[in-house]
Design a protein around this ligand. Structure first.
Ligand code: GLN
Length: 535
């Protein structure tokens, strides 16, 4: 019998519900239960692919090419396993499929309604995904906060599932913020009391309340939340601020969150085996030597825009005994002359040219790349960052004035980056890029090969443009050489590097999506290891 755990949010969004959910699921996985996690996003977009990073942070790409919410990234990192696009259900997908079924006449004369048709579709998707993973436990995180109109059908579906699956097969966890008043230092429980009441009003009684708070809850605050939330005090868990999100499972475990949940679901209360995880945390806590990494992009005001890259650098750094200090550089500030790149990059140990789309900030990135290359500062270019490395080398080393990507200048005399042939007839923007895991053939005697130590690697993608092979000879003669191509289509360049002593590597792929605490990305690891030796 599959068990389901629904996680709802209260008071505010972005309080770390995804990390809390991932942490609990990881504890059960460490107890030997086969666990998967579904994120429900109640917005009407079919997937996160069409959204600006400022709206919801990074778009996380799954192995099977899903453009998903960034929480799927947390889930993969905590569970150390690949998930599928099916792990991210949106209201858009649900309504889309209900309407398609209605058009096909599948509802046989019925009036199609939110209840039962939409709620049935939701329940069916959740169960199907659980089945696909043969999961013992399916954690379902419902995005947004309780009380949002668009979230209601999902909460209703969850409520129905308890009735249908049985009270011991479905549990509810409510995660909400408990703010501390600056003036008095008092923890205020009223907002979370209200959000639990809102949940109970629609027929859901949480089995556990997880309070996001600055410091552990006082006994008084805990007692109040328990009383008003109608749960025993031990089922009120403090999810207090920690420096490192990977400590959250330990914080929850020390308060017996896993035991409380196991008891509710009538699961054997096994002890989690956290040995590899604790080893990683130990490495992280011992890594004290700082390294300064410049992060050059145009969505730097919202750090979540590049969360997988930040995490990949943290994973690699832990293994190298160094502590990354990020220096965020807004590329539009470079091109607008608001910052002096030579000052900004003066003391950095390495730089990442971040992915992106469109013109804004691109010239700023190119200016930064030139500075980094000329000074031999270790530089990694990811996707758009890589494409701009190609543009920079073409302009300043090969000597092709105004060389560019056709994404940025359709009439450039030297289109060194151009639309992929497979993209030429694509019109719709949703889900139509070159997406997901694609095999890459690596060339021996290259740095990238030294990083992966494998001839074929699988990395994830999300792009429409690529290196224009017509210019490859010139780029290679200038010392910027190909180190890997797509296995199935050798005309698609996947990795390039400068064949000099300095590290200057770009990739069309997104290796950060596959980096995990227990399995750091080989490319990021290589990059950080070279910086660590130099420090
Ligand atoms: N805009 C570029 C492309 O579509 C790069 C995309 C990215 O950085 N993910 O090819």
């Amino acid at each position: 019998m599959t068990k389901y755990v629904f996680v709802t949010g209260g008071v505010l969004s972005s309080v770390g519900k995804g990390v809390a959910t991932a942490s609990l699921a990881m504890l059960f996985q460490s107890m030997g239960y086969n666990t998967t996690i579904i994120k429900i996003d109640p917005y009407l977009n079919v997937d996160a692919g069409t959204m600006n990073p400022y709206a919801h942070g990074e778009v996380f790409v799954t192995e099977d090419g899903g453009e998903t919410d960034l929480d799927i990234g947390h889930y993969e990192r905590f569970l150390n396993r690949d998930l599928s696009k099916k792990n991210n259900i949106t209201a858009g997908q649900i309504y889309y499929s209900v309407i398609l079924k209605e058009r096909k006449g599948e509802y046989l004369g019925a009036t199609v309604q939110i209840i039962p048709h939409v709620t049935n579709e939701i329940k069916q998707r959740i169960k199907e995904t659980g089945k696909e993973y043969s999961a013992d436990i399916v954690f379902v995180e419902i995005g947004g906060t309780v009380g949002d109109i668009e979230g209601l059908p999902f909460l209703e579906a969850a409520r129905q599932m308890k009735l249908e699956e049985g009270a011991n097969n479905v549990a509810f966890i409510h995660v909400g913020l408990v703010p501390t008043l600056k003036t008095t230092g008092e923890q205020k429980t009223k907002p979370i009391q209200h959000s639990v009441q809102e949940l109970r009003r629609i027929g859901i009684q949480p089995d556990m309340i997880v309070a996001r708070c600055e410091k552990p809850l006082t006994e008084e605050a805990k007692a109040k939340i328990a009383l008003f939330g109608n749960v025993p005090p031990e089922a009120v868990i403090s999810n207090y601020d920690v420096d490192n999100i990977y400590e959250v499972p330990i914080v929850l475990m020390h308060q017996n969150a896993h035991r409380i949940l196991a008891a509710k679901l009538l699961l054997e209360p096994r002890e989690p085996d956290l040995t590899p995880w604790l080893n990683f945390l130990d490495k992280m806590s011992k890594a004290s030597k700082p390294i300064r990494i410049a992060m050059i992009g145009k969505y730097t005001k919202l750090r979540d825009s590049y969360i997988s890259i930040v995490e990949a650098i943290k994973h690699a750094s832990a293994y190298e005994g160094v502590r990354p200090v990020f220096k965020w550089i807004e590329s539009t500030d470079i091109e607008n002359g608001l910052i002096d790149i030579s000052k900004e990059l003066e003391n950095v140990d390495g730089a990442v040219i971040l992915p992106g789309f469109g013109k804004r900030g691109a010239e700023g990135k190119i200016t930064a790349i030139r500075f980094l290359r000329e000074r031999g500062i270790p530089t990694l270019g990811i996707c758009f960052g890589f494409q701009l490395m190609v543009v920079e080398v073409a302009r300043h080393v090969v000597g092709l004035p105004n060389a560019n990507s056709t994404e940025l200048d359709s009439s450039t005399p030297y289109p060194v980056i151009d639309l992929l042939p497979s993209q030429r007839n694509v019109n719709a923007l949703g889900g139509s890029m070159r997406l997901g895991a694609i095999s890459i053939k690596l060339y021996k005697n290259r740095k990238v090969y030294e990083a992966y130590k494998k001839e074929v690697v699988l990395e994830r993608h999300r792009h429409r443009y690529g290196v224009n092979v017509k210019f490859l000879d010139k780029l290679e003669t200038a010392g910027f050489v190909v180190s890997g191509v797509s296995l199935d289509d050798e005309s698609i360049v996947e990795f390039m590097e400068l064949n000099s002593n300095s590290l200057f590597i770009g990739t069309q792929a997104h290796p950060e999506f596959k980096s995990r605490p227990l399995a750091p990305s080989p490319l990021y690891h290589y990059f950080i290891s070279k910086i660590a030796v130099e420090r």
